[in-house]
Design a protein around this ligand. Structure first.
Ligand code: SME
Length: 161
């Protein structure tokens, strides 16, 4: 297995485009879900310097904290609560430019200012995981993040779930 990844692009979209095939190779080389999610969180944090990046998994009707990189986080999020619980309930990506303007946002850290949460589906289309990426800057995510993180979510569905 590769123990490092290669990035030459300096723009965000270019870095995502370089990264995704390398993440695909990483996921193809390992069958354990936790090991794969842990490495994906590490790679995203290192490549983009996000404040917090990690996964929550649907377990017995609640989102439970999974592999992540960043500060201490909330461990359980109910359906429809916060940005993560909304992405789960609505089965679609939530792009939040200002977390203070999002009704019911769960402030695990007061430093988090904007975020994007992408649902990851089982092959039967039920939500199994959400990918949560947080920034300490306002308005830090855009359509490029959404496009590539949704592509990453599809990779995880295809290769890990
Ligand atoms: N911000 C999230 C909670 C999870 S943490 O930020 C790690 C939310 O409102 O769903």
């Amino acid at each position: 297995m590769a123990e490092s990844f290669y990035l030459s692009a300096t723009d965000k979209a270019g870095r995502y485009a370089e990264l995704l095939p390398q993440i695909e190779a990483l996921l193809q080389a390992e069958t354990d879900l936790v090991a794969n999610l842990a490495n994906v969180a590490a790679v995203l944090k290192e490549a983009f310097g996000f404040f917090w990046v990690g996964f929550y998994e649907v377990k017995a009707g609640v989102l439970v904290l999974g592999p992540f990189q960043g500060p201490l986080a909330c461990t359980r999020i109910p359906l429809g609560k916060g940005v993560c619980g909304t992405a789960w309930a609505e089965k679609r990506t939530q792009l939040v430019p200002d977390v203070d303007a999002f009704p019911g946002h769960i402030a695990c850290s007061s430093a988090s200012r904007s975020e994007i949460v992408v649902p990851i589906f089982e092959k039967n289309r039920e939500v199994r995981l959400v990918l949560d990426v947080d920034s300490d800057q306002l308005n830090d995510f855009d359509a490029d993040d959404q496009r590539y993180l949704e592509e990453l979510a599809q990779l995880i569905t295809r290769l890990c779930l």
